[in-house]
Ligand binder design. Structure first.
Ligand code: FES
Length: 255
């Protein structure tokens, strides 16, 4: 068997105690099969899962992350955490895409305690997707070191991202479709570029420069940005006193 065929992904599921966990349990007692390499963690509500947990899972070598919650309007808490979960996951997918990680490695689904077969079907479908994508970073063409640096750059921004979510992204819709539509809309893309996009690029540049001075071209290549975009971010970072230009070596370094 080739190494590719033998690939067994590492998949972590964070699932709500009151619904998806019941669905997983029902799948088990009903003997509905799904891959044994999926590891499940029970959380009290899908809204308790934070972007930081997802990033930590990927940083620790998970190839896919699954979040399961109660169907919309069925959350067991007044805070309706599953609405927070859908906003966080769709925003998280955009962030992953921005750093070059395939957003399909992150999946959110609603599964009730009575939907054992649905749980097994989703797990089988998701694991096949991740098996086909291969190890994290492979289908993305990102080497391990760069991936680590990109995930670290996002992790450093988590407090800021949470603030943006609280102040600018507390949108409330009635259905999943409406959320999906909003998170691919022009309005959201503009908001993302203005808030997280710019800061994320700078955070990635800072992470890269921690490893040593780099030229604009080198940074552009690693981050898959154009040299003019990198120059713009470097100028802004330089004005904030974060980086400096080394005239002698013709490259940028941390200030
Ligand atoms: Fe299940 Fe909130 S209790 S998603």
């Amino acid at each position: 068997m080739s190494a590719e065929l033998a690939f067994k992904p590492r998949i972590l599921g964070m699932i709500c105690n009151w619904c998806t966990y019941g669905g997983a349990d029902l799948a088990g007692v009903s003997r509905f099969q799904y891959p044994t390499y999926i590891r499940l963690i029970r959380v009290m509500c899908s809204g308790r899962v934070e972007l930081e947990h997802i990033l930590r899972a990927f940083s620790n070598g998970q190839d896919g992350v699954f979040i399961g919650g109660c169907h919309l309007n069925d959350c067991h808490y007044n805070t309706e955490g599953n609405y927070d979960a859908i906003r966080m996951v769709l925003h998280g997918k955009k962030i992953l895409e921005h750093i070059g990680v395939n957003p399909e490695r992150l999946r959110l689904e609603w599964v009730s305690a009575g939907e054992g077969i649905r749980f097994a079907n989703i797990m089988n479908e998701f694991s096949t997707k991740i098996e086909n994508l291969g190890p994290l970073g492979k289908s993305e063409g990102i080497d391990e070191k760069t991936l680590k640096s990109k995930l670290e750059a996002v992790t450093n921004l988590v407090p800021y991202i949470k603030l943006v979510e609280m102040e600018r992204l507390r949108v409330r819709f009635k259905s999943d479709e409406e959320y999906h539509r909003f998170f691919i809309s022009e309005e959201f893309n503009r908001l993302f570029d203005e808030t997280v996009g710019e800061k994320l690029a700078i955070s990635q540049i800072i992470s890269l420069l921690r490893e040593g001075p780099q030229t604009t071209g080198e940074i552009a290549k690693v981050l898959d940005l154009t040299p003019s975009e990198v120059s713009r971010h470097l100028n802004s970072s330089s004005r904030q006193g974060l980086v400096r230009y080394e005239e002698g070596r013709k490259c940028f370094a941390l200030a």
